[in-house]
Design a protein around this ligand. Structure first.
Ligand code: 13P
Length: 294
């Protein structure tokens, strides 16, 4: 089923688990992600950023391919623009057939973030798409130091933000960061703040920087109220390692078989992550009474 993120994230919110949102720039990744979801009976979100679209996976090509794959499986699959920063990128994603968009105006002051998010949320909702926003700011893992609490999300401000913008889910800053952390660094997450955010907002919450945060942190984040976890770096790493290993073992391997080896390694990683965050088995249709295709 090709759907927006809205109903699947409310299902996750109501049942205390999280859905993976995985960056995808090509067919092998799309197949790995959607097949994993189907086999695990899990909802899933495919993400792509404007930078990734410009560099490699053009949205105009990927959106119909992903939609076609999603319509051939029985679990909910969404395609979301990750970190949309301007109206040009966001309206382009809408016209390509994405089922969801994120507006990331977290680098602006509060009122400007509200204003930009209001515009995008109302456009998205008018087209039947979901809208993610960010308050507080999730930075880069290579600059992580566990001390940037001034950028963490304030619960009272977040309540006002969610009410005024009508966003469907909110990315919060609680200590994770994007990319690879320095060797040996484990992020310290502010679980107290997260629990308070959940209690105050009572809506689906998003964790960016799902790579390298450690299984214990991830499980606790889900237990405290995270319903969508963005993962990019770890997936790309699994594909790279599998490609290098396969080539080393068989330097003459056919290129298609090399792609399939990477795809299978990505599937293994995704399926085990889905089990950790509790999305596996949620769309076992004997129990599931959810929405139909949007
Ligand atoms: P990682 O690359 O750290 O997994 O972060 C992904 C992300 O948050 C994309 O928005």
């Amino acid at each position: 089923m090709y759907v927006s993120m809205k109903d699947m994230l409310w299902h996750a919110h109501n049942n205390n688990y999280a859905v993976m949102a995985i960056n995808c720039v090509n067919m092998e990744q799309a197949k790995a992600i959607i097949q994993s979801a189907e086999e695990e009976r899990s909802a899933v979100i495919l993400n792509i950023s404007p930078r990734q679209m410009k560099a490699h996976g053009h949205g105009e090509i990927l959106a119909p391919m992903i939609r076609g794959m999603a319509e051939r499986v029985s679990v909910p699959v969404a395609f979301n623009l990750d970190h949309g920063a301007n109206l040009e990128d966001i309206t382009a994603a809408m016209s390509y057939g994405f089922s969801s968009v994120m507006i990331d105006a977290s680098g602006f002051a509060f009122e400007e973030n509200v204003r930009r998010t209001q515009i995008v949320a109302s456009m998205a909702h008018g087209m039947g798409l979901s809208c993610e926003a960010e308050l507080g700011h999730v930075g880069l893992a290579k600059e992580a130091d566990n001390e940037k609490e001034d950028l963490y999300t304030n619960p009272e401000q977040a309540r006002e933000f969610a009410e005024r913008t009508g966003c469907d889910c909110l990315a919060v800053a609680i200590g994770t960061a994007h990319g690879s952390y320095p060797k040996g660094f484990v992020p310290r997450l502010d679980f107290e703040r997260l629990a308070l955010l959940k209690e105050t907002l009572q809506m689906p919450l998003v964790l960016h920087g799902g790579s390298g945060a450690g299984e214990e942190n991830i499980k606790k984040a889900v237990a405290c109220g995270i319903n969508k976890i963005n993962v990019c770096t770890d997936l790309f790493k699994h594909a790279r390692i599998a490609t290098a290993k396969t080539l080393e073992e068989n330097p003459e391997i056919d290129y298609m078989d090399l792609c399939i080896a990477a795809q299978n390694a990505m599937k293994e990683f995704i399926k085990s992550y889905m089990r950790i965050i509790g999305s596996s088995g949620q769309y076992d249709f004997e129990q599931y009474q959810g929405p139909e295709l949007d």
